[in-house]
Design a protein. Structure first.
Lengths: 97, 658, 201, 360
């Protein structure tokens, strides 16, 4: 680890560029196209999920270390419960929204 | 919020006046006693700044028993008021405050601390560790819980208690229908205690994942460790939802936002949704460690390995997974539509399957065993039939259409008492009798224990069995009185008599604690019950470093394996090494106090004062960030001397189960 | 927690206690995901309830939101560089990128506060409607987290200056880095479901 | 509290049942001084006691198709649940009796049994079958309760709007153009479509003899079909706690023959006072009221079920420990804030009676 050559942080730069691309793609899809609302929602939603996964793996080294596996399970369970909360609340409350 | 000062202290009601005087006297008594015995320094060094998981556990248990007493008195007051029709003992407002505090205190400030206290004492010992992963965070969790509990309790005499039920449904709990600061106490005190519980959840997940001794794989862990691990996972998964719900309630009540209010487009159903998204997992957090304790007690007193260990593990994982998918069965009647009600009827009924699997595994653990009727085992035995009545009525309630007739009636009240009391309270009593020698070095008296058992069990059944029939006859919950023509009078009277017997039972426990502390036989063996798991492999009470040499585990029920093959029981001098232990810290109790003060100011809506106190909290965090003190080293000769003290003079007390 | 230092691993993973702290923080992040998930649930349920007050289309300007998003995205990138420099034991490189990250973060918070003040001037306060209550609390919680992160990071920087790069300071830096990246993950969902989705609806 | 209810004589049965429960507990863990011979007859008594005492409990004494459908479901579930109770109690009793520690088995060393997959499969599959057997009728009944009950499809249902307020029930008959408080008359044998809403707190509309309950919520509407087979008087109440006056929130449902119902409507049209908006605002104050009847309905000026309907809250009439409620300084710029002031000024004008409750 002690090499302090002027290494080039390739993964970080790549990650940054891809994040920018994903963000502007979502912006474009949302404001420039006149697709039906539901499809736009699905597209920008999945773009957001991809960007989040990219952030978790490339910048946050989630799968690194001896606890990589438990960290992945933990974050996956967190997103699962968040999804159940959001989707569940909307579905259950939909008759009164 | 210009609260006029004569309302600061609640006056004009003999009951409240009496309790104000009682609280004042006890406080003066405690302070005078401690000063007289010159124990302040001892108290500060040994208890207030401790980070030892065993001490913290004992503090949790003591505050849990105290809160159980107060919640019980609330219950008795309710039973007194409903003993006769049109009773004039309590008016509606007072009764509403009492059933609200009864609910909150019994679940959040009695059941949770008793379970987390036993988890604190036992888990590090069971996995062969010296302490939890984050000792100072553990102390902070306790002091946050304690300050939340104290803040909630003073609501009875200062400013008035919350009166919208432990579920605090909106819009009733909002400023539009319940002015005053009662419900501010609910929103803020539970928030502080909730933060502490979330930290406990994180702490125990890391402890159990990372600090198991050599050889203890996940499938060799004792069952109580497994259930506490899964309960901690549910804590981490559900308490953030409660934090948000309480924060939004605070915003609605104090800062005038419109989340759940009628005006401004708020949606009162959203509160019920968020509350139960946390509420149902909360009851599984409370019942799973209790199941773990029953597994330990039944396995030890049948002198037999737990039957179907693997299926017991899969069933608690199954319960944990399903527990987050059932919450709508608390509001089938809200009209969310037949589709929603059907799906949640199915998921709720499915959760009965893993519970049934566990029940049969306990029964088959006892089959071919040699069952000893010690007090701890009696509690586990009484748990099985009573919990089955609770579970069976639960499945009946889970059916959406039937729930339209059961919901909010005394049938529902009887059900959740038949699940919570046998499920959690019996388990805590079993756990206390079972681990008392490990915590204090002396056993609770078995004879008084049996009196406690019989009174409590008979009283419990007598109190809550009539409620099933009252509920089916149309009696609703939370109603401070009922008409003579309703025909409910005889059953309500029967229920009150049951409650008195229940109280006598609890009185027997308090006497037992007092009697044993004074007179119980001190030289008992370190393994009085001839038990099977690792916590019995060290002294009772264990030295502060738990194990001189971390034991190596070869199989499940590792201590039983060590005893049978006579391995790892002796300690040679050269095996002892220096032990690194965390040092005490005054920061957790400071944070508890400052959180309490900030909470108190926010309850009374003095926003500037609350802001200043919040700066105090930030200062505490900064001090912690700059704190580089990483513990002290226990020298080899000190270890050798403590180990010699308890090892070779095995006091030879047999496991005298009378 | 014997201090057996495993030098083969990066600095922040070297001691047993460090590994436990990092795992503990990941589990805390799991809890934070659920906390923000609940705030999103409340926002999505209440987001159509204007109670006659201003609607998202009257309020949101995409230009400001894009600037905020770019600021936070770049700060996440520079934070990644800071951790990259730390792994190469280059203390000054770490401090340089770390301070740049905090400046970008401060810029983001400043922009967000001005955006809120602008809305309040237009009569859209937290007390106006359920939509605005949930909007302000969701954005406010995120903004508060970012500000707390800036304060916490400055404490860590002081400790690095005072004690240099040791396993303990490296662990603290790594954890504040995780925290910072996580806030950017939350902002991605805010940008998508609060701003974009409501401007299209 | 009005609305008498026929007095049941099940006290004797229930006391007997509870004593049996006490006996069963003593037997469970007690050393064997208790003679086994008492056991079997006692246990046999319990189900007979239970079933016989059960007919006069309102949930088991349905007077309408909805309550009857639910009771069929309850009885279906009771069969399985009693089966589970008998199996577990029996297994439990047998095991602790057979494998209890006795002086003579002091040296018996229990075997190391890991478990048996065969048994695990049995006690997983059978509960799954029970759950399936319970789920099918449950889902059917849930969907059935949402529609006009079977056998009454040809009858034209009448619609009654139910508005729950702080501590009273208000029933509006849009088709008949009359409104009643704390009592509702319905034609027997005709399905009634109750459209439920609330003017304030979240409450629950429940007539146990006729069918299940459903919540009433402000700015929302829930629907409930109830039908009375034959004329009769049934007690209804609010089951969802909503503050000080919750315990007394009862009302009576009177099912009359269709002719008697028409006669009653005509009679009300001649004698009852006209409902004015001022009188209606008076009704919504947090008080207890007896029975009242009016001509005309409040639907003329407000429908609480509509999402943008006006909010009728009087926080200043609620007092807890000397602290009066107040509306937050409504800085709302939205439309209906103007008449909010209108409402307040009107309130102040008639401060006379305030909100004391005629609590009894």
């Amino acid at each position: 680890m002690a090499k302090n050559t002027k290494g080039f942080p390739l993964t970080h730069v790549l990650g940054f560029i891809m994040s920018l691309v994903l963000t502007f793609a979502a912006l474009g899809v949302a404001l420039k196209t006149n697709l039906p609302f539901k499809t736009i929602l699905w597209i920008i939603g999945s773009l957001a999920v991809i960007q989040a996964a990219l952030q978790l793996y490339m910048f946050m080294h989630m799968n690194e270390g001896e606890d990589g596996k438990s960290q992945i399970i933990n974050v996956a369970y967190g997103f699962f419960i968040a999804f159940v909360t959001v989707a569940g609340s909307i579905w259950v409350m939909s008759f009164g929204m | 919020m210009n609260i006029n000062w004569h309302d600061f202290f609640i006056v004009g009601n003999p009951l409240i006046l009496g309790s104000q005087i009682a609280i004042l006297l006890t406080m003066i008594g405690i302070v005078a006693g401690v000063t007289y015995l010159k124990k302040w320094k001892w108290l500060w060094r040994e208890w207030l700044t401790t980070v030892d998981h065993k001490r913290i556990g004992i503090m949790y248990i003591l505050s849990g028993v105290l809160m159980f007493f107060r919640g019980g008195v609330d219950g008795l007051l309710m039973k007194a008021q409903t003993s006769r029709p049109e009773m004039k003992f309590l008016d509606a407002q007072h009764y509403n405050e009492i059933f609200t505090t009864h609910g909150v205190i019994m679940i959040l400030f009695a059941a949770m601390p008793l379970l987390i206290g036993l988890m604190n004492v036992v888990i590090p010992l069971q996995i062969g560790a010296r302490d939890v992963a984050f000792p100072q965070l553990n102390a902070l969790s306790f002091w946050l819980f304690f300050s939340g509990a104290m803040l909630f309790n003073i609501s009875f005499v200062v400013g008035g208690s919350p009166d919208a039920g432990w579920t605090a449904y909106f819009p009733l709990a909002g400023k539009e229908f319940t002015p005053g600061i009662g419900n501010n106490y609910y929103a803020i005190a539970l928030q502080i205690a909730g933060i502490g519980t979330l930290m406990t959840g994180i702490n125990f997940i890391v402890t159990i994942l990372k600090m198991r001794t050599k050889g203890m794989t996940l499938m060799r862990m004792p069952m109580f460790t497994w259930t506490s691990f899964i309960a901690s996972v549910i804590i981490v998964a559900s308490f953030p939802i409660f934090t948000v719900a309480l924060a939004l309630m605070t915003f609605d009540r104090i800062f005038g936002t419109h989340f759940f209010t009628l005006a401004g487009g708020g949606m009162d159903m959203m509160w019920a949704n968020l509350f139960w998204l946390w509420g149902h997992p909360e009851v599984y957090i409370v019942v799973l460690p209790a199941f773990g304790m029953f597994s330990e007690v039944i396995s030890t007193f049948s002198r037999k390995m737990l039957f179907g260990y693997k299926s017991m593990v899969f069933s608690i994982v199954g319960i944990a997974f399903l527990s987050m998918l059932v919450w709508v069965h608390h509001f089938f009647t809200m009209g969310a539509g037949p589709g929603v009600n059907s799906v949640f009827s199915i998921t709720t009924m499915m959760i009965a399957i893993p519970t049934g699997v566990k029940m049969f595994n306990w029964l088959f653990t006892m089959r071919k065993g040699r069952i000893e009727f010690s007090t701890a085992m009696l509690w586990a035995l009484a748990f099985i039939p009573c919990f089955i009545i609770g579970g069976v009525t639960g499945v009946m309630l889970a059916m959406g259409a039937a729930d339209y007739q059961y919901h909010n009636t005394l049938f529902l009240v009887a059900h959740f008492h038949y699940v919570l009391i046998p499920g959690v309270v019996f388990a805590v009593f079993a756990g206390l009798y079972y681990w008392w020698p490990k915590m204090f070095g002396h056993m609770l008296n078995e004879k008084i224990g049996k009196i406690h058992f019989w009174f409590f069990t008979i009283g419990f059944n007598l109190t809550f069995m009539p409620m099933f029939f009252l509920g089916l006859d149309g009696a609703v919950r939370r109603s401070y009185t009922y008409s003579a023509e309703s025909g409910y009078a005889p059953l309500f009277l029967l229920s009150t008599i049951g409650a008195v017997i229940l109280a006598i039972g609890f009185g027997a426990l308090c006497y037992n604690i007092y009697w044993s502390a004074r007179y119980a036989d001190r030289n008992i063996s370190n393994d009085p019950w001839d038990a099977r798991t690792l916590e019995w492999a060290t002294a009772s009470p264990p030295p502060f470093y738990n194990f001189a040499k971390l034991p190596e585990v070869k199989s499940v029920d590792s201590f039983w394996y060590m005893k049978k093959n006579n391995e790892g029981l002796t300690l040679k001098d050269e095996e002892i090494e220096e032990i690194h232990m965390p040092s005490n810290s005054g920061l957790p109790i400071y944070m508890g106090v400052i959180f309490g003060i900030a909470g108190f100011f926010l309850v009374f809506e003095w926003k500037i004062a609350a802001l200043v106190a919040t700066v105090g909290i930030l200062i505490g965090l900064i001090i912690r960030s700059f704190d580089y003190n990483d513990g002290f080293h226990v020298h080899v000769d000190e270890i050798k001397e403590t180990e010699k003290a308890w090892r070779n003079v095995d006091k030879g007390g047999n496991s005298h189960v009378s | 927690m014997s201090a057996n230092v495993n030098t083969a691993l990066p600095l922040e993973y070297q001691t047993e206690q460090n590994r436990m702290n990092i795992l503990g923080f990941w589990i805390f992040l799991g809890a934070e995901i659920i906390l923000f998930g609940t705030l999103f649930a409340v926002f999505s349920v209440l987001s159509a309830r204007y109670a006659g007050g201003p609607t998202p289309k009257d309020l949101f300007e995409i230009k400001d939101v894009m600037v905020e998003t770019i600021l936070l995205l770049t700060s996440s990138f520079t934070c990644g560089l800071a951790i990259y420099e730390m792994r190469r034991h280059n203390r000054n490189g770490l401090l340089l990128w770390f301070i740049i990250t905090l400046l970008l973060g401060a810029g983001f918070v400043f922009m967000e506060i001005t955006e809120f003040i602008h809305y309040v001037h237009e009569g859209a306060t937290m007390q106006t409607s359920a939509f605005l209550s949930s909007f302000f609390v969701l954005l406010g919680t995120h903004g508060l987290h970012v500000s707390m992160g800036i304060g916490w990071a400055t404490m860590v920087i002081i400790q690095i200056l005072k004690r240099g790069l040791t396993p303990v300071t490296a662990r603290k830096t790594f954890i504040i880095g995780l925290y910072w990246h996580f806030l950017d993950v939350v902002w991605i969902f805010i940008f998508t479901f609060v701003y974009l989705a409501r401007m299209v609806a | 509290m009005h609305g008498s209810k026929k007095r049941s004589n099940s006290v004797l049965f229930v006391k007997g049942f509870t004593i049996i429960i006490v006996k069963v507990n003593i037997w469970k863990g007690e050393k064997f001084m208790f003679k086994k011979s008492y056991l079997i007859p006692l246990l046999a008594l319990v189900p007979t006691m239970l079933l016989s005492g059960c007919t006069n409990m309102v949930v088991f004494d349905p007077k309408g198709p909805a309550a009857r459908d639910i009771l069929d479901l309850i009885n279906w579930s009771l069969i399985f649940m009693l089966l589970v109770v008998v199996v577990v109690f029996g297994l439990f009793g047998y095991i602790i009796w057979k494998y209890r520690a006795k002086p003579e088995n002091a040296d018996y060393e229990p075997p190391e049994e890991h478990g048996s997959t065969k048994l695990e499969i049995i006690w997983t599959v059978i509960p799954i079958l029970i759950v399936i057997a319970l789920t099918i009728p449950t889902v059917n009944t849930i969907y059935k309760l949402e529609k006009v009950p079977a056998g009454y499809e040809n009858k034209k249902p009448i619609t009654i709007n139910v508005t729950s307020a702080d501590w009273k029930w208000i029933f509006s008959y849009p088709e008949q153009g009359i409104e009643t408080v704390n009592y509702v008359n319905i034609p027997a044998g005709t399905p009634v479509q109750f459209k439920l809403t609330s003017a304030g707190t979240m409450q629950s509309f429940w007539v146990p003899a006729l069918g299940g309950q459903k919540y009433t919520m402000n700015k929302m509407e829930t629907e409930l079909y109830l039908t009375a087979d034959k004329p009769g008087e049934f007690l209804g109440r609010n089951t969802n706690f909503n503050g000080k006056g919750y315990a007394e929130m009862e009302f009576t449902v009177e099912a009359k023959s269709p002719q008697a119902f028409e006669k009653w409507v005509k009679e009300v049209k001649e004698t009852a006072p006209k409902l004015t908006e001022k009188k209606y605002n008076q009704l919504l104050k947090p008080t207890h009221l007896g029975r009242e009847t009016f001509i005309g309905t409040h639907l003329a000026w407000v429908n609480h079920a509509d999402m943008n309907s006006k909010t009728y809250t009087n926080p200043e009439l609620y007092e807890v420990h000397g602290v009066k409620g107040k509306i937050f300084k409504e800085k709302e710029t939205n439309s209906h804030s103007m008449d909010m002031e209108g409402m307040e000024s009107m309130d102040k004008s008639e401060k006379s009676d305030g909100g004391e409750h005629n609590e009894h």
